[in-house]
Design a protein around this ligand. Sequence first.
Ligand code: COA
Length: 335
Amino acid sequence: MTQTAILGMGHYVPEKIVTNDDLSKLIETSDEWIQQRTGIKQRHYVDFEKEPMGASDLGAKAGAAALEEAGITKDDVDLIIYATLSPDKFFPGDGVLVQAKLDIPAGVPALDIRNQCSGFIYGLSIADAFIKCGTYKNILLIGSEVHSTGLEFETRGRDVTVIFGDGAAAAVLGPTQEEGKGLLSTTIHADGRFADELHCPYPGSKMMPRITEENIRNGDHYPQMNGRNVFKHAVSRMPEAIMEVLAANDLTPSDIDLLVPHQANLRISEMIQRRLELPPEKVMNNIQKYGNTTAASIPLALNQARQEGRAKPGDLICLAAFGAGFTWGAALIRL
Ligand code: COA
């Protein structure tokens, strides 16, 4: 039976590092507050003055690295799936921008998905369906974000601003016939009743004009979050989704070699680890270095785990996501 395997991965983060102390020079916050509440020590930002980059630029670099590791060329890509909440433009989506940047041949489809922090898991489940059906062979799945150009560097937006960082990561997915290897299950969910709990309201097609000077003065074009409610739902939805993919394979949390949760907040990851009764070393965390990179967060953490030897061929890896929408999901992979 055909299964979907990860053939290669790559990631890219901009060089510029912004520490909590750097932020506390701009907004009323402190290294102590940020570390205590989120675990974050630093994040990477695009150096906008030196080299402006959009999410598609980061995504293209991550995509190129993933193609190289997979040992395939741009001409072998059959489909691009691209996840972001910070696209370069209102339209077209970043998928086609990455296609042009990587010189992936004309005619290859590019699918943009808008599932925020769950984007990579949603993308995996779409890719899995296409690969299992035999529709496409090599799928380039990219998660990329440039948050730094859309954050409010004022005390008003500090709850959101301190959390997010820029980054991109990608995977090349393809078919394998190797028994027991590859993606064992994915599950994806949403509950749109909570759409306003974490959102960026402007610009929007519901308004004419789509954004006004007053909106900008009010900061309506910055992300807004009910952090406590997001936290509350994240710590129950991610374990639920994890249990779902485990149960679908007659497995339990103790079978997991490494859990790679979306890097939303170190406290969220620790709570999930305790709920599933996993030892801390079985949970991958890199939010300390990168902050929350949304669609890039899971593949960035997974690729780092692969590079550090914490996720090895044959290991059972569980990925779990939760984010704006609300959307959430999980995936189980035998590497
Ligand atoms: N620095 C210093 N103080 C801050 C701050 C910051 N960056 N952000 C908020 N505060 C203040 C608040 O104004 C509030 O002050 P008050 O008590 O005087 O009103 C106080 O800290 C507590 O705020 P609160 O929002 O209740 O804190 P919290 O413990 O819920 O932590 C988050 C806030 C954002 C860290 C936390 O809710 C969280 O991580 N939520 C999940 C967010 C997330 O994962 N988002 C991405 C989803 S994918």
